[in-house]
Design a protein around this ligand. Structure first.
Ligand code: FE2
Length: 300
């Protein structure tokens, strides 16, 4: 028996993480209704700290002047596109738009200047690899209908204090596109995420709407956007996903979501994995491509 659609309108279902990643029928039902689900205490605080510490080490090795030069040249679009496009099998750093002051100096520490790090930590870095692969995650993905799950990308999201930018409403299948669509997002709060420090918002049930865009499609070395539907997102129905560190937010690739800016003195670190089904067609003109030296792997 399925719940009437109205019961989940306006709500993001929240559960304690089930042992071993074994989702109960009521959890699956709630996820299918809302297109999103929170599993509290999925990761231990120690595991969250291990990931934050490792990110800190990687940041210390990163030279922001290199990225600054990439982003300040006159051939800006071409070079910034390449820096992004070529990050699918690397660990690259993306600064907040407001990271530098008028004199070209970082306003804050390196770590507090970054928007994100991506997109292959889960395959390249041993600490991220360990966090990103487990029987629990594999079981979750399979229970949610992905028969042969592979991790297509990882992102470390800094949402730094004071300058963390807003992310406007979007669907992740827009960027992680397969035919048929199969993308699911796994978003781990590594710190408490609140309205104040820029938590995510979802439109529960909004995943039943159409995919609006296919973004970052490669064409002649540039990134293109295809408009698939002009149906607006019903943003008045957005609900804040305030979650504690260790929570896992799972959401459908069609689920409309966004996050607020962070003007607060607290960072809002999170780590995300995007999983697709290997059985689905992965177009050759998707922005994110892997070479043969780093094949896609499953969740275990
Ligand atoms: Fe997203």
């Amino acid at each position: 028996m399925s719940l009437p659609a109205t019961e989940s309108v306006g709500k993001i279902p929240v559960f304690d993480a089930p042992a071993g990643g074994h989702l109960r029928a009521d959890m699956l039902r709630a996820y299918r209704e809302a297109g999103v689900m929170v599993l509290r205490n999925f990761a231990s605080l120690a595991a969250c700290k291990r990931l934050r510490d490792r990110a800190g080490e990687l940041v210390r090795e990163f030279d922001p002047d290199h990225v600054k030069s990439v982003f300040s040249t006159t051939k800006q679009n071409q070079l910034t596109d390449r820096y992004f496009i070529e990050s699918g099998d690397k660990v690259r750093f993306f600064l907040e738009a407001n990271a530098f002051d008028e004199s070209g100096k970082l306003r804050q520490s390196k770590e507090n200047s970054l928007n994100k790090m991506g997109h292959a930590m889960h395959d390249i870095d041993p600490v991220f690899d360990e966090f990103s692969h487990s029987a629990e995650l594999d079981r979750l993905a399979k229970a949610l209908g992905i028969a042969d799950p592979v991790v297509i990308q990882s992102m470390y999201l800094f949402k730094p204090p004071r300058i963390g930018a807003e992310v406007v409403c979007h669907q992740d299948s827009t960027y992680i596109y397969t035919e048929p669509e199969s993308c699911i997002g796994f978003w781990f709060a590594l710190e408490d995420a609140t309205i104040e420090n820029g938590c995510m918002y979802f439109i529960p049930g909004g995943h039943r709407g159409p995919l609006r865009l296919r973004n970052h499609r490669l064409e002649g070395g540039s990134l293109r956007t295809d408009v698939l539907s002009d149906e607006p997102f019903d943003e008045e129905r957005k609900v804040a996903a305030e979650v504690n560190a260790g929570s896992l937010v799972i959401f459908d690739g069609r689920a409309p979501h966004m996050s607020g800016e962070n003007r607060s003195p607290k960072s809002r670190h999170a780590y995300s994995l995007h999983v697709i089904d290997r059985r689905c067609h992965y177009p050759a003109d998707n922005w994110l491509q892997r070479g043969p030296e780093l094949p896609l792997r499953g969740l275990v």
